[in-house]
Design a protein around this ligand. Structure first.
Ligand code: FES
Length: 196
């Protein structure tokens, strides 16, 4: 389901002014330190959402409402930003987060081809999660491995010199693993040396 539909179903149930705070069980106290140094105005909406996504892994509706209240901006403004930018997620991510680099150096080295392969291999687009909740796909601008592009990052581990075959082999090692493969696997060596 599209993000706009996911949010709007509940957020737009009532008329303006009648929106009720969603109760999705998110621990809102975690927001206190994330927001504490941000000015209380509209300019802080994007950094607040980025920090909240770091904390929760996605943006539960109660967190969006709390950010709007804390920054003293309309809920609709926060809603608009979240639905406009692909970097924001309103559903929990999969067990493994894949970020494929689309920076200039990786693009020249075939980054777009790798992104297309990931889309086809996983059956999802950027910002989406596979139906089995195993993988979430995102893009990133540069991960510091320009010399060995195209690159992707899986659960914080960087892989370079990607080919379609190599992408499939790497992801199969993650499939079913609770976090990243164990320390002695090839995948872990890749993480420390993306040139492999
Ligand atoms: S552009 Fe992809 S790692 Fe720098």
């Amino acid at each position: 389901m599209a993000m706009r539909e996911q949010l709007s179903k509940r957020w737009r149930k009532g008329r303006p002014g009648e929106l009720r705070r969603p109760d999705d069980g998110a621990d809102l106290s975690l927001l206190d330190s994330a927001l504490q140094d941000l000015p209380r105005n509209e300019m802080s909406v994007i950094p607040a959402l980025q920090r909240a996504q770091e904390v929760y892994g996605y943006l539960p509706e109660s967190v969006l409402a709390q950010i709007a209240d804390e920054l003293r901006v309309p809920w609709a403004r926060v809603y608009g930003v979240v639905t406009f930018y692909a970097q924001f997620r309103v559903a929990p991510p999969g067990r493994h987060l894949i970020r494929v680099c689309q920076g200039t150096a990786c693009h020249v080295g075939g980054g777009a081809r790798i992104r297309e392969y990931l889309r086809a291999y996983l059956g999802i687009k950027e910002g989406q999660t596979t139906p089995d909740s195993e993988f979430t796909l995102d893009t990133v601008r540069c991960v510091g491995g320009c010399a060995v592009g195209p690159c992707m990052v899986v659960d914080g581990n960087t892989y370079g010199r990607l080919t379609e075959f190599r992408v499939a082999a790497i992801l199969e090692r993650y499939r079913g693993a609770c976090s990243h493969p164990t320390r002695d696997t090839e995948a872990n060596h890749d993480a420390h040396d993306p040139q492999r």
